[in-house]
Write a protein that binds this ligand. Structure first.
Ligand code: KIV
Ligand code: ZN
Length: 517
C-alpha cells in the first residue's frame, strides 16, 4: 500500500483565513494535537512575517517530537535566515521556499521574465541547502503555469537540492483531470523526478480542492497539503480529513493510505474550530455536525436495520460515539419508537401511534425535535384527565400601549360543540384566561402561573404551569407548545378540566397517573 504523506498547513495557510489569528500557545496546542493525529509534516507559520510568528514557529518546533516542522519562506535570504532562527531546536526541520511561476504572477506581481524566476528560485534553494537537508520548493500558481515551464522549474529545483516539489493550485482554478495531468507529465518528463517527492497543494475556490488532491494522488503525488476543516485563504484549502477518509474508505480504488490516527480526527477538528473561531458548517464532509445524522424516515429505518444502508463511514472511525437519528418532520415511526425507548419510555403500540401524531404535528412547526421536547410531549400525554374542553385556537390583539389587550379563544367541548368568547385583560395571558372563564363558567382563583422553555432554541417548546383554586379544591395544570401563549392557554384549560373532574369524582387518582404507559 502506497503511503501518502500529510503536510498540515493549518497553522500557516489555515491561519491566513480572514479573521483568524492564533497566538503562540494556541499554535502549540494545535500542533501537539496534529502530532497525535499523526500528520507527517506541520507547517507552523511564516517566520519572516512578524517576530510573533517567528516565536510561535520556534515554540512549535521545540514542542513537536514526532513530525517534521516547517517554516515558510519567500525566495530571499532574509526569509531563509528567519526560518533558520525559528526552527532552532526542531527534531526534523524543513524549509518551504516558494516563488510564483505563472505568466500572470510573473508579469504583474514579480515583474520578472522566466529566466529571472529560474535564477532567483535556484539561488534561494542553493542558499537554503547550506542549512537544511529537507527543502520543499513551491512554484506558486503552478496550476496556471505553462506546463513546459513548470517542468523546467521542477528540474531546476531538483538539481539545486529540493527534496519535495509542491504543486500549488494557488487560486483553486484547476479541474481534477487537468491537475492530475500535471503530476503525470512531471513524473514522466522531468529528469530526477523519481528521487524527490511530489506534493499537491489545492485551494477550494471552485469546490474542487479535495477532488484535485485525490487526482494528484492517482497520478503520482506522494504528499498532500491541506488543513483541518479545510480552513485557509478565501474558500480554504484541501481538508485533510476528507483526503484521509477518502483513501481509507476507497482503499481498493486508490491503493494508498495516510499514516493518520483516524480516531483523532473529530477531536482535532473541534480543537481547530474552537481556537480559530471558524465554525464547521453542519453539512461539512466528515466533521460537520450532520455528517452522521439521519433525519428522513426511510433513512432512519434503513439505519436501524443495517447501518451500511446509509453510512459509508462509521462515526467511531473518526472518534465520534455514534450516529445521530435526528427527529424532524421527515422521521418515521421506527426511529420515533427507538428514541422513546432510549429516553426510557416503553409505550403500547396504540400510545406510540398517538404520540407519533403529536410529534409530527410538533415537527411541522419546529426544525428539529429535541429530547426535552419529546419528554414534554410524552409526559403531557400521560396525564389523562377527561377533557371538558380543549383549546382549539387563540387570537390576541394589542391596542395602544395604555389600553387593554383583547383575546378570543375557541374551545371544543367533549360533545364536539365549538364555543368562542372574547375578553379584555391586563396583558395577553390575563385576557386569554378571562375568555376561557366566560366559556367554562367556572369561578376559579389563579394561585400561580409560570412559563419556561424546555429546550434552548428560539423555536423551543414553552411549558406553562398554573395552579388554580376553587374553594377547598386546588389543582395544577400544564401545557406545552412552541407558542408560549398557546402553552399558557392549554395549562389553564388543563387545570380547569382537572378541577371539574376532581369536583365530580372526589376519590379519583386519575390525574397524574402514569399507568397508561
Ligand atoms: O497557495 C499557495 O500557492 C501557497 C504557497 C505558499 C505554497 O500557499
Ligand atoms: Zn496555499
Amino acid at each position: 500500500m502506497r503511503k501518502i504523506y500529510i503536510f498540515d498547513t493549518t497553522l500557516r495557510d489555515g491561519e491566513q483565513s480572514p479573521g483568524v489569528n492564533l497566538n503562540t500557545q494556541e499554535k502549540v496546542e494545535i500542533a501537539l494535537q496534529l502530532e497525535k493525529l499523526g500528520v507527517d509534516r506541520i507547517e507552523a507559520g511564516f517566520p519572516a512575517a512578524s517576530p510573533g510568528d517567528l516565536a510561535a514557529v520556534n515554540a512549535v518546533a521545540r514542542a513537536v517530537k514526532n513530525a517534521s516542522v516547517i517554516g515558510l519562506s519567500r525566495s530571499r535570504e532574509q526569509d531563509i535566515e528567519a526560518v533558520r532562527e525559528a526552527l532552532k531546536g526542531a527534531q526534523d526541520p524543513c524549509i518551504h521556499l516558494f516563488l510564483a511561476t505563472s505568466p500572470i504572477h510573473r508579469k504583474h506581481k514579480l515583474r520578472m521574465e522566466k529566466q529571472q524566476v529560474l535564477e532567483t528560485a535556484e539561488a534561494a534553494i542553493r542558499y537554503a541547502k547550506k542549512y537544511f537537508d529537507k527543502i520543499e520548493f513551491s512554484p506558486e500558481d503552478a496550476g496556471r503555469t505553462e506546463l513546459d515551464f513548470l517542468c523546467e522549474v521542477t528540474a531546476m529545483a531538483i538539481r539545486a537540492g529540493a527534496t519535495v516539489v509542491n504543486i500549488p493550485d494557488t487560486v483553486g482554478y484547476m479541474t481534477p483531470s487537468e491537475f492530475g495531468n500535471i503530476f503525470k507529465v512531471l513524473r514522466e518528463q522531468v529528469p530526477g523526478c523519481e528521487k524527490i517527492q511530489l506534493s499537491a497543494h489545492c485551494h477550494d475556490d471552485l469546490g474542487m480542492a479535495t477532488a484535485n488532491a485525490l487526482a494528484a494522488i492517482e497520478n503520482g503525488a506522494d504528499q498532500v497539503e491541506g488543513t483541518i476543516n479545510g480552513i485557509g485563504e478565501r474558500a480554504g484549502n484541501t481538508a485533510i480529513e476528507e483526503v484521509a477518509m477518502a483513501l481509507e474508505t476507497r482503499q481498493a480504488f486508490y491503493g494508498a493510505k495516510t499514516g493518520l490516527v483516524l480516531s483523532e480526527i473529530a477531536r482535532t477538528s473541534r480543537l481547530v474550530s474552537k481556537l480559530t473561531g471558524m465554525v464547521v458548517p453542519g453539512n461539512k464532509a466528515i466533521v460537520g455536525a450532520n455528517a452522521f445524522a439521519h433525519e428522513s424516515g426511510i433513512h432512519q429505518d434503513g439505519m436501524l436495520k443495517e447501518k451500511t444502508t446509509y453510512e459509508i463511514i462509521s462515526p467511531e472511525t473518526i472518534g465520534l460515539k455514534d450516529s445521530k437519528l435526528v427527529l424532524g418532520k421527515h422521521s418515521g415511526r421506527h426511529a420515533f419508537r427507538e428514541k422513546l425507548i432510549d429516553l426510557g419510555y416503553e409505550l403500547s403500540d396504540e400510545k406510540v401511534n398517538e404520540a407519533f401524531a403529536k410529534f409530527k404535528d410538533l415537527a411541522d412547526r419546529k426544525k428539529s425535535v429535541t429530547d426535552e421536547d419529546l419528554r414534554a410531549l410524552i409526559e403531557e400525554k400521560l396525564i389523562q384527565t377527561p377533557e371538558l374542553f380543549v383549546v382549539e385556537a387563540i387570537r390576541v390583539s394589542y391596542g395602544e400601549p395604555q389600553t387593554a389587550t383583547q383575546a378570543t379563544v375557541r374551545l371544543k367541548a367533549a360533545d364536539g360543540s365549538i364555543h368562542e368568547q372574547s375578553a379584555e385583560g391586563n396583558g395577553s395571558v390575563d385576557a386569554i384566561y378571562k375568555a376561557i372563564d366566560k366559556v367554562t363558567g367556572e369561578q376559579v382563583e389563579l394561585e400561580d402561573y409560570s412559563v419556561k422553555s424546555v429546550s434552548h432554541e428560539t423555536d423551543a417548546l414553552g411549558e406553562a404551569h398554573v395552579h388554580l383554586r376553587q374553594g377547598e379544591l386546588s389543582v395544577h395544570g400544564r401545557g406545552v407548545s412552541t407558542d408560549v401563549l398557546e402553552a399558557s392557554a392549554k395549562a389553564y384549560m388543563d387545570a380547569v378540566n382537572r378541577l371539574v373532574d376532581k369536583r365530580n369524582n372526589p376519590g379519583s387518582t386519575r390525574a397524574g397517573s402514569m399507568k397508561l404507559l
